[in-house]
Design a protein around this ligand. Structure first.
Ligand code: ADP
Ligand code: MG
Length: 240
């Protein structure tokens, strides 16, 4: 589903991604871990074209992002993203937040978008909140709306950038449960997270990024239980 080859990203003289090569198969769940500043967010932002890459190649579901003929908006529709901060539209209801993009971007008929939106809110356990405004929600509920909103575009891949890092600890579980459910339905997912329990339980593969490169990658057991790299060991000691 995703092929990344020697991906590089610079900000001026600062080389943030120094040649990332990896693949993500359809239905695979990959967790990305690593210290702050290692380039995890930049990697995700390159994947959905929020950042232009400086070098290398990204192919998503057959679309080569560096091909000048590629329809970037089409590719973006296929790649859903959920951020640490939920970025819901404050003056729109929960249901309107979920239906806006399908109506505006996909030109989906309003009734259909509302039906789909209600089904998605049900999926994330928030059908009873359809008509309230985001300010009335807890952080965990907002993040579940953000997930429903991303799913409303019917993406082939979902990217999550530390989706639970801004939440109070007691709200983390409800968001991880929604993500786990999504994974079990076969969604292809890349999840940047500090939740090692989630990585261990849900992911097929874990990538350890450090200083703009993939230092180590493997099964959760290989990476989290039996790490080879000293920097990874030290990172895991600090997070546990
Ligand atoms: P992580 O998500 O792993 O914490 P980031 O991808 O956010 O890391 O950042 C990697 C590096 O790139 C950091 O040194 C950060 O300061 C730098 N960086 C990120 N975004 C920008 C930007 N827009 N302009 C300049 N430097 C940036
Ligand atoms: Mg980040």
């Amino acid at each position: 589903m995703i092929q990344v080859t020697d991906l590089k990203k610079n900000y001026g003289n600062l080389q943030v991604l120094k040649g990332i090569t990896t693949q993500v198969a359809e239905r695979e769940v990959v967790c990305v871990i690593g210290p702050s500043g290692s380039g995890k967010s930049t990697f995700l932002r390159c994947l959905n074209q929020l950042e232009e890459m400086s070098g290398g190649r990204i192919v998503i579901d057959g679309h080569d992002l560096s091909d000048p003929k590629v329809d970037i908006n089409k590719v973006r529709e296929e790649v859903g993203m959920v951020f640490q901060r939920f970025n819901l539209f404050p003056h729109k209801t929960v249901l309107e937040n979920v239906t806006l993009a399908p109506i505006k971007v996909k030109k989906m008929p309003v009734e259909e978008a509302r039906e789909q939106g209600m089904a998605l809110l049900k999926k994330v356990g928030l059908e009873d909140k359809a008509d309230v405004y985001p300010e009335r929600l807890s952080g965990g509920q907002m993040q579940r709306v953000a997930i429903a909103r991303a799913l409303a575009m019917n993406p082939k891949v979902m990217l999550f950038d530390e989706p639970t890092s801004a939440l109070d600890p007691e709200l983390v579980g409800e968001v991880l449960a929604v993500m786990k459910n999504l994974a079990s339905e076969g969604m292809t997912m890349i999840v940047v997270t500090h939740e090692m329990g989630f990585a261990r339980e849900v992911s097929d593969r874990v990538i350890f990024m450090d200083q703009g490169v993939i230092m180590e990658e493997g099964t959760p057991a290989e990476i989290l239980t039996d790490p080879k790299n000293e920097r990874l060991r030290s990172f895991l000691r600090k997070t546990s």
